[in-house]
Design a protein around this ligand. Structure first.
Ligand SMILES: [Zn+2]
Length: 469
């Protein structure tokens, strides 16, 4: 029965933009400020008689997002007042955009977008258990981008992937950090289920603070609505919250329609003809875009990286630049593969930070070449790379200084083997008695003695010649 109900999902995503100052005043936009009510002024506290001035940088950032999404950038735009009362909204209205958003249409991960507009964030209220409430205006008036998708998503996982790709895009563009746990990016999902082509009654789910919550809440809501309809109940159009602990949605309030907000153009803000300003022109904005995440992903896979490694690089700017600068130019395929492994397995496994990564220089290519030619073995290379990250000294010099270059002349290897046999009589006897796996222990002793510089197959051959003459 339940399989005949198909879900339809649309997303509304808010993201705080990373600008020097707030949307309509000169107060600092600093999400890391922990003291309350520091970055405030009469404008963002909603004092009567103050006048908003539009933040040019915020407009530019939304236009860049729009251009990256292949959307239509507005020629004419205006700001509107969205009227509602809430203690964290000192003016009694929020300045937003209604009829003339900065961006219309476009798509991301094949999901079509309705609009992207610019508005201001509210203050942050904090409610105490015994009836008091505090309001912090640091967040009041921070530029907020809102992106609305068409109701074309039919799967919770696809919805979550869309949000993740948008987060990447915002970071690539330097438009925002979009950290969901910090509330810098907030996802709301409109969900309905229906047996026919017509949409069912939609329910809006809020308070989704992680990509996992987005997915779980949508799945929960699809199931809840389907079961209600199967019982013959009607779905109420409402806003529901997500309880992260209980993993359920719960009713918050009956949803307002847009006419409840009595939108009208803000008379304090002039109308804009964006195409008349050179730096807002579509051509200028498009030329300012960096390589976008999905373009980079395609390029890396085309160049031979597997999907998982490509995804690591797409998500991590520091590693990706290192890859592009130091590994991409390597001609030899084998060396290139080794260098990729050193970067994405060894170095990444060491949790190297930006300052350490900056020290790698040409050592990555040198390490790969020396590994490929057998001049150094993999465990020794790992040790040397660690030192390179710590000190910034060249790979070859460290390998030399630490005596980690592969010992390959047979005389010295035999000498080592001879010492090992002499020092481990009991183990040697076990091997002679047929316990071949004990050879591993002797090899380990050899690695220890030479700090990994001996070539294991060569040592094993030498040990066998001495033990079984
Ligand atoms: Zn202010």
């Amino acid at each position: 029965m339940s399989s005949s109900y198909a879900p339809t999902i649309g997303l509304e995503i808010h993201a705080e933009l990373k600008t020097q100052t707030k949307m309509f005043c000169n107060s600092k936009n600093d999400p890391d400020e922990t003291n309350p009510n520091i970055n405030v002024c009469p404008v963002c506290m909603g004092f009567p008689g103050t006048l908003p001035v539009v933040n040019k940088e915020a407009v530019k950032q939304v236009l860049r997002v729009g251009a990256a999404l292949g959307g239509t950038l507005a020629d004419y735009t205006e700001f509107d007042r969205k009227n509602y009362f809430y203690p964290d909204l000192p003016k009694g209205y929020q300045i937003s955009q209604y009829q003339f958003p900065l961006v219309s249409k476009g798509s991301l991960r094949d999901i079509s977008i309705t609009r992207v507009h610019l508005e201001e964030d509210t203050a942050r209220s904090q409610h105490g258990g015994d009836g008091w409430s505090l309001v912090d205006f640091n967040r009041s008036g921070i530029p907020l981008m809102e992106l609305v998708t068409d109701p074309v998503i039919h799967d919770a996982h696809v919805a979550s992937q869309f949000a993740q790709e948008l987060q990447l895009l915002l970071r690539y563009l330097g438009a925002g950090d979009a950290n969901m746990e910090k509330g810098q990016m907030r996802v709301e999902a409109n969900i309905s289920v229906s047996k026919t082509k017509d949409f069912g009654t939609k329910v809006e789910v809020k308070n989704l603070n992680s990509f996992k919550s987005v997915e779980k809440a949508i799945e929960y809501e699809i199931k809840r609505q389907t079961e209600a309809l199967e019982r013959g109940e009607a779905i109420v159009q409402e806003t529901r919250g997500w309880d992260e602990m209980k993993e359920i949605t719960y009713s918050q309030r009956i949803k307002e329609d847009s006419h409840d907000y009595r939108y009208f153009p803000d008379p304090d803000i002039p109308k804009f003809r964006l195409s008349r300003v050179d730096e807002f022109s579509s051509k200028h904005i498009k030329n300012s875009l960096p390589e976008l995440p999905w373009i980079k992903r395609e390029r890396l896979i085309r160049n031979g990286l597997d999907v998982a490694n490509a995804e690591i690089l797409v998500a991590d700017h520091a590693y990706a630049s290192l890859y592009d600068e130091k590994i991409e130019p390597i001609k030899d395929a084998k060396e290139k593969k080794i260098a990729t492994n050193i970067l994405l397995t060894s170095i990444r496994g060491m949790n190297a930070g930006d300052s350490e990564l900056a020290r790698i220089g040409d050592s990555l290519a040198v390490a790969a070449r020396m590994r490929a030619s057998g001049e150094i073995n993999s465990s020794a290379a790992f040790t040397v790379i660690q030192k390179v990250l710590e000190t910034g000294k060249p790979f070859k010099r460290i390998a030399d200084d630490m005596g980690l270059l592969q010992m390959s002349d047979s005389g010295s290897v035999d000498q080592i083997a001879f010492e090992i046999v002499k020092e481990n009589e009991a183990v040697v006897n076990e091997i002679k008695a047929g316990k071949e796996e004990a050879m591993k222990y002797l090899l380990g002793q050899g690695m220890k003695k030479t700090k990994g510089a001996v070539n294991p197959p060569q040592l094993e051959a030498s040990l066998k010649r001495i033990i079984f003459p």
